[in-house]
Design a binder for this molecule. Structure first.
Ligand code: BG6
Length: 513
């Protein structure tokens, strides 16, 4: 169980409290923090939405979310009742200034009752189109004025393209200072993602090989089995590049490629990551066809079940050209990474849910072993398993037992579950706690978001100007379109089959066959 320092008194206001994110993620995370003494002693969760609810009915709705989605299972009645005493509901019209005045009064009253100044966190769990409106009204109602205590949390996607992201950032910064703005990319809250920093910078032995001299290429795979489910309305306007690459995959790349930070100050880490984004070789419209691949799933089979194609999903246009799979090749132009390709891919309805980063080292400069010893030789590699398996696998060559020298690839495995014997907190637990304790290290700064968009704009432009002619071009339950295989095969490489961390493959005794 993680050991938390208790945050200062906090009033957490969730806009969109009757929505899916609050139900599936935010309240289950808050409840787990509560169970592990990670919430402040003086804590108020003020739920805001436009629908009719009473305190009682919103509590029942939120408990249902905890029962279904909490990593610790259904809420024990007594603990839930204690937590629920901190929860209240305010029906709200976000377009009416008088409601913000009421909110101000509620906050003032709570602080008076507590005889304490509280952190005031405004969490916007709402569709992206209304972020600006709410931010302005919070600002106009002086709810952003307490620079050290008022915070606003916004979810990705920040914008639909670079211009809209800049417009949102500019409105946010008109009313809040940058240090008051917490832009969530929930991947950064995952334990295994944070562990990339520990692995790289708490061990002196990896840095010397973490560069173009030893690394041949890097692949980053974020594969999902799920389709778009009930999110077709949003997803059909977004697609995989906006939904996953612009944020999650680029953030993973930054953590792999960044220079060592001087300290763990939020801005120091974020500066080093932003340097990577600045160093990525810009993709021109002319390059797009050569360095990207896009796909959309058709009907297929997943784990023995027939699933429908993307165009048959609810709220998706029947002739949609939105990509549900994207792959790209990037280069980071700096001394450390010049000419090392980074291949990124993500897609829905792929055969397995798996997120992992694979660092493939180059071959030895001279192969001393006889040819027959090296059949099936693979250069060493390191796989960082983000989810669902959590850990790291070092793949290297070993001598098979026997009289002859025969090399065989073997794995050395670190599993979080086995090493620490404790479940990892959910990303939202970490991130909510960080907001309450005012630590913005794991949140995206405006310049990072805008840099990510700048990089992807030429791809988005070309993809919208030249609609795909072959969609749906991969069957649900397969590893994506052929063009993604070709993207990497053209360089003489392959996407590796994802590593199964928990199950070591049985050792095959080739010698005795
Ligand atoms: C979200 C995307 O940001 O991340 C979803 O909008 C995606 O489309 C999800 O399914 C994946 O998150 P996780 O934590 O399940 O890998």
């Amino acid at each position: 169980m993680p050991h938390y320092l208790r945050p200062e008194p906090t009033i957490l206001v969730i806009f969109g409290a009757a929505g899916d994110l609050t139900h599936r993620k935010l309240v289950p995370a808050l409840f787990n923090l509560f169970l592990e003494s990670g919430l402040p002693e003086r804590f108020q969760l003020l739920c805001i939405d436009r629908v009719e609810h009473t305190d009682e009915s919103i509590r029942a709705y939120l408990k249902d979310g905890v029962d279904q989605f909490s990593r610790t299972g259904p809420a024990p009645a007594d603990r839930w009742n204690e937590f629920a005493a901190h929860v209240s509901y305010l029906r709200f019209d976000i377009t009416d200034a008088s409601y913000y005045d009421d909110l101000r009064k509620r906050i003032d009253e709570t602080e008076k009752k507590w005889k304490a100044n509280a952190a005031q966190v405004f969490y916007l769990a709402i569709p992206p189109g209304i972020i600006e409106d709410i931010a302005c009204r919070l600002g106009d109602a002086k709810l952003a004025a307490e620079r050290d205590r008022a915070r606003i949390v916004v979810e990705k996607p920040i914008g639909h393209d670079k211009d809209s992201a800049m417009a949102i950032n500019s409105v946010l910064r008109r009313h809040f200072q940058e240090r008051q703005i917490f832009r969530i990319d929930h991947y950064l809250g995952k334990e295994t993602v944070q562990n990339i920093l520990a692995f790289r910078f708490a061990n002196a032995c990896f840095e010397p090989v973490w560069n173009r001299r030893y690394v041949d290429h890097v692949t980053i795979t974020v594969a999902e089995q799920v389709g778009v489910g009930r999110r077709g309305g949003y997803y059909d306007k977004a697609g995989a590049l906006r939904d996953m690459v612009q944020n999650h995959l680029l953030q993973l790349l930054c953590l792999i490629a960044m220079e060592p930070p001087v300290s763990f100050e939020a801005d120091e880490i974020r500066n080093k990551k932003t340097d990577v984004l600045h160093a990525i070789h810009p993709i021109t419209e002319h390059d797009v066809a050569a360095v990207t691949a896009r796909g959309q799933y058709g009907p297929g089979w997943l784990e023995g079940e027939h699933v429908q194609g993307y165009r048959e999903e609810p709220d998706v246009a029947p002739n949609s050209s939105t990509e549900t799979f994207a792959a790209l090749k990037l280069f980071v132009d700096n001394w450390r990474w010049q000419d090392v390709p980074f291949y990124l891919r993500t897609g829905k309805r792929l055969p397995r849910q798996v997120s992992e980063i694979s660092i493939r080292f180059g071959a030895v400069p001279h192969q001393s072993f006889p040819r027959e010893s090296t059949i099936g030789y693979q250069p060493a590699g390191l796989v960082i398993c983000i989810q669902p398996d959590e850990g790291i696998v070092l793949k290297f060559q070993a001598k098979q037992p026997g009289q002859h020298i025969r090399l065989s690839p073997v794995d050395m495995r670190f599993s979080y579950r086995q090493a620490f014997q404790t479940p990892s907190p959910d990303a939202y637990e970490t991130l909510l706690w960080d907001v309450m304790t005012d630590d913005s290290t794991l949140f995206m700064r405006a310049d990072q978001v805008e840099c990510g968009w700048s990089l992807l704009m030429p791809i988005l432009d070309v993809w919208s100007q030249v609609p795909p002619t072959d969609f749906a071009n991969y069957q649900a339950g397969t590893w994506g379109p052929e063009s993604a295989e070709l993207l990497i095969a053209r360089d003489g490489r392959t996407w590796l089959q994802p590593t199964l961390l928990e199950e070591a493959p049985p050792h095959k005794d080739v010698e005795n066959e």
